[in-house]
Design a protein around this ligand. Structure first.
Ligand code: NAD
Length: 426
């Protein structure tokens, strides 16, 4: 695999297409045209935003929005503020969003945006002006039925609130009546049309998948041990919902290291400890983040960084299954090593799809102007996650492929089928 993420997304699509090709024997030319179209985003916008800094000078920031495919619905995807963002990264991430939305069947395509900036170097005022500049630039390219952005790395509910406000103003200045600015962004604060349940959605969605996976693996929750790398939003909520169901969460970690508790820990107490001391690592017995990955546990849950399971350590993984709650924790080189050793991989686009699914619920609530209770949101999330897992498992068995390939086959097929239905591919 190359170090270019967009090239990796294209290579992955080509591998999936070669496995799907047989099912399109009677429509081969259209199938190939659809796959070719999916190799590049529909459009990528790029600009330099000018932002007034606190010292009175104007600074330029490179900004992007990639709209990959909207065959199944509006483009959907976050906006990241990061110094490493580049055109190929947002292209790749928007492609993966197309697959992620297709996995749970929510009616969206894929998009992703980014600004090259280290937000920690900005004052609150500068961050607000940058967010507003980005939203104003995008205002004629997005909309509830066109492209629906959301938070991503280093962007927050507050940033979405500024963006909604600026978007509404920009349209009003152009004399455009925009009846639903709230439906144009998700991940908003609750007071501004956000959804109940969004905070825990990604972690809980992963636990709905875990519940189905253990049945397939012949494990019992109370005897199932789990190691989680990362104890932020995703790691904590995964740990809490798993422990509530009786699973043994034996280890969790943060950037300062991991902690091990024989028999399983109480994640709420571990979080209280982290809040008090700044780290979870000395809550129980200390272990390193590297040791955590190689522990003798049933389920390994990387929920922090990318590329932590690689060619160098894949052969040492002892878990029966990996649930990828973080994005991209397993490198392409590690995949075949894990599969050869019988480790089941539940890929990120399925495992952590609970987040974008509840974002979809937020949008639905904004469009109807009627808001659901926490219980209603969760009860709608559960069947979508379970169905996505079941579909993946059937494809995995039918085609004798690994969990990642099975998930991609289901997702790509869903997008291609709609493109074929819509036609116009020549
Ligand atoms: P977060 O910032 O809340 O938490 C990240 C955690 O990782 C923290 O506990 C941090 O201490 C830990 N960490 C940082 N460096 C580490 C290291 N070297 N070793 C071990 N742990 C380390 O982020 P989050 O929202 O929980 O997101 C985690 C992952 O899940 C990311 O890959 C993110 O893209 C992905 N994700 C998040 C969501 C969501 O809804 N939050 C949705 C989909 C995917």
């Amino acid at each position: 695999m190359s170090s270019n993420p967009h090239q990796n997304a294209v290579t992955q699509l080509e591998q999936v297409a070669s496995l799907l090709s047989d099912s399109y024997q009677d429509r081969q030319a259209e199938f190939e045209a659809a796959i070719d179209k999916l190799k590049e985003p529909d459009q990528v916008f790029e600009t330099e935003l000018s932002v007034k800094m606190d010292d009175g000078k104007t600074k330029k920031f490179q900004a992007f929005r990639s709209e990959h495919n909207n065959a199944r619905g509006p483009y959907k995807g976050g906006i990241r503020f990061h110094h490493d963002v580049n055109r190929d990264e947002v292209k790749a991430l928007s492609t993966w969003m197309t697959w992620k939305c297709a996995v749970t069947g929510i009616p969206y395509g894929g998009g992703k945006g980014g600004v090259v900036v280290n937000p920690r170097e900005l004052s609150v005022g500068e961050l607000e002006r940058l967010s507003r500049a980005y939203s104003r630039w995008l205002s004629d390219k997005i909309g509830p039925w066109v492209d629906v952005p959301a938070p991503d790395v280093n962007t927050t509910g507050q940033i979405m609130a500024w963006m909604v406000d600026e978007y509404q103003q920009a349209l009003a200045e152009k004399g455009l009546i925009q009846e639903n600015p709230w439906g144009t962004f998700t991940g908003k604060p609750l007071e501004l049309g956000g959804s109940e349940g969004r905070e825990e959605a990604t972690g809980l969605g992963g636990v709905f998948v875990l519940d189905k996976l253990v049945v397939e693996l012949g494990l019992k929750p109370k005897q199932t041990t789990i190691a989680i790398q990362g104890f932020g939003n995703v790691g904590y909520w995964f740990a809490k919902h798993a422990a509530d169901r009786g699973y043994q969460v034996v280890t969790v970690s943060d950037s300062k290291g991991g902690t091990y508790v024989e028999g399983g820990m109480n994640p709420e107490k571990a979080l209280a400890h982290k809040r008090k001391t700044g780290t979870v690592s000395d809550f129980g017995k200390k272990i390193s983040n590297e040791e955590l990955l190689e522990l003798e546990v049933d389920i390994l849950v990387p929920a922090a960084l990318e590329n932590v399971i690689h060619e160098g350590n894949a052969a040492n993984i002892k878990a029966k299954a990996i649930i990828e709650m973080g994005n991209g924790p397993v490198t392409p080189e590690a995949d075949p090593i894990l599969t050869k050793n019988g480790v089941v991989i539940i890929p990120d686009i399925l495992a952590n799809a609970g987040g974008v699914t509840v974002s979809y619920f937020e949008w639905v609530q904004n469009l109807q102007g009627y808001y659901w209770t926490h219980e209603e949101v969760i009860s709608k999330l559960q069947p979508l996650m379970e169905k996505a897992f079941a579909e993946m498992w059937v494809t995995k068995k039918e085609h004798q492929v690994d969990g990642r390939m099975a998930t991609y086959m289901t997702a790509v097929k869903r997008v291609v089928d709609v493109m074929l239905l819509r036609g116009n591919l020549s």
